[in-house]
Design a protein around this ligand. Structure first.
Ligand SMILES: Cc1cc2nc3c(=O)[nH]c(=O)nc-3n(C[C@H](O)[C@H](O)[C@H](O)COP(=O)(O)OP(=O)(O)OC[C@H]3O[C@@H](n4cnc5c(N)ncnc54)[C@H](O)[C@@H]3O)c2cc1C
Length: 372
């Protein structure tokens, strides 16, 4: 009875689980998939910048119980464990998982690491960092604070910060002052479409401060406002400070010998983990060549095929990714900026591809596997 344990119940983990259950389980006798996820829900985090605007999206449009998406499979072939992976022993081929206060050891034949990454500030819902209850409370808190605040500072001018500032400014216009802080001299990491993104944000009234790296923030006792100290000595105050800075891999439970200097998992071109037989990894916990949904999706598809090959005694294949780099950001609810390789995209193209819905119409097909 081969057991495949998948850690992480987001895009990559859920896709690998469905792919194995839909294809490999038909030919490999008694295959069992165990999906371990901190979050009991499948969360469409790519819509997080819009769902924090009160009234924009209903909960069922961005989060659905993972278990429901797997009801179609025989009970003996799939198990969901809502818990946190805390340790990995690649010699014993076991993972220790914390469920509530209890720790249990799970044995695997193959293991898939899909625990992604998180933002360092745990008070923002750009990623699911903990339980669903914690995520739902964070979303509610940010929605309420956005509704109340008159002056909002968004720190971190990568795609998430740009999209967030754009969503708030689009919704509230002159009602609220929105400032976007960029640590670098240009937003969007100096991408070739950075100046287009800055122009779109300015049209919505967003104030952009570049070379404005945050040193620390303090809550002021008298007013409850946040004071933001910049590394250049300047100080700002805001009713609400939202961080979109700093992404770290969820790899604390993984032995250091399997990680690179930045604590991401090292894989070969088949997405097999370097130095651990029968361990595979994909998505943001690998972040190679870049941490995007698009890359993770292609990796998850290839990785499931590779496990299928290995279970049938065959050699895994190198996984092909997009032949060019894509960068895109929605700016408000009806415009966007982006490029495919070096080719710049028109605003309406980014709107159609991304900004119109932020992909939420795809969620049901990912959740129940009907898209794969
Ligand atoms: C606002 C925003 C918009 C984005 N838009 C786009 C876009 O338009 N296009 C695009 O290509 N990319 C986009 N991305 C990037 C995309 O979200 C990520 O690449 C994607 O989420 C990676 O998926 P993943 O499955 O690897 O992991 P993650 O989404 O990081 O999820 C990891 C999962 O593992 C769980 N987990 C973590 N640690 C443990 C543990 N120890 N035990 C058990 N479970 C654990 C987490 O709770 C989580 O559910 C966007 C990102 C953000 C923040």
């Amino acid at each position: 009875m081969p057991t495949i344990v998948i850690l992480g119940g987001a895009y990559v983990g859920v896709r690998v689980a469905h792919s194995l259950l839909k294809t490999t389980a038909k030919t490999v006798k008694d295959l069992k998939i165990i999906l371990v996820s901190k979050n009991s829900h499948f969360y469409w985090n790519m819509a997080s910048v819009r769902l924090v605007i009160p009234g924009q999206l209903k909960e069922e449009q961005y989060a659905v119980p993972i278990a429901k998406g797997f009801e179609q499979y025989p009970a003996e072939s799939f198990q969901l464990i809502v818990g946190s992976a805390e340790g990995l022993d690649t010699d014993a081929k076991t993972v220790s998982v914390k469920v509530g206060d209890a720790e249990q050891s799970i044995s695997y034949d193959h293991l898939v690491l899909a625990t992604g990454s998180r933002y360092v500030d745990s008070n923002v819902p750009w990623k699911a960092n903990g339980t669903y209850e914690e995520l739902a409370a964070t979303i509610k808190n940010v929605q309420e604070r956005i509704a109340e605040a008159k002056e909002i500072v968004v720190a971190g001018a990568g795609a998430t910060g740009i999209e967030l500032a754009g969503e708030i400014a689009f919704e509230y216009g002159k009602e609220k002052k929105v400032t976007l802080l960029s640590g670098d001299s240009q937003i969007f990491g100096g991408d070739s479409v950075a100046s287009s993104a800055a122009n779109e944000l300015k049209k919505l009234g967003v104030v952009i401060k570049t070379s404005a790296r945050v040193a620390n923030t303090t809550t002021l006792a008298d007013s409850g406002k946040t004071e933001i100290a910049l590394e250049n000595g300047e100080k700002l105050t805001a009713d609400l400070f939202l961080s979109a800075m700093g992404v770290v891999p969820n790899s604390e439970y993984i032995p250091a010998k399997l990680l690179n200097a930045k604590k991401f998992v090292e894989v070969d071109e088949t997405y097999r983990v370097t130095g651990a037989a029968d361990v595979w990894a994909a998505g943001d916990v690998v972040a190679k060549p870049k941490a995007t949904f698009v890359n993770g999706d292609l990796q998850a598809t290839g990785l499931a095929k590779n496990i299928d090959l290995v279970l049938k005694g065959k050699t895994p294949a190198a996984i092909s990714l997009m032949p060019f780099d894509v960068a895109a950001a929605s700016v408000g609810r009806n415009r966007g900026v982006g490029r495919m390789g070096v080719v710049k995209l028109f605003s309406f193209m980014v709107y159609q591809m991304k900004g119109k819905t932020l992909g939420i119409q795809k969620m049901p097909g990912y959740h129940n596997g009907s898209s794969f």
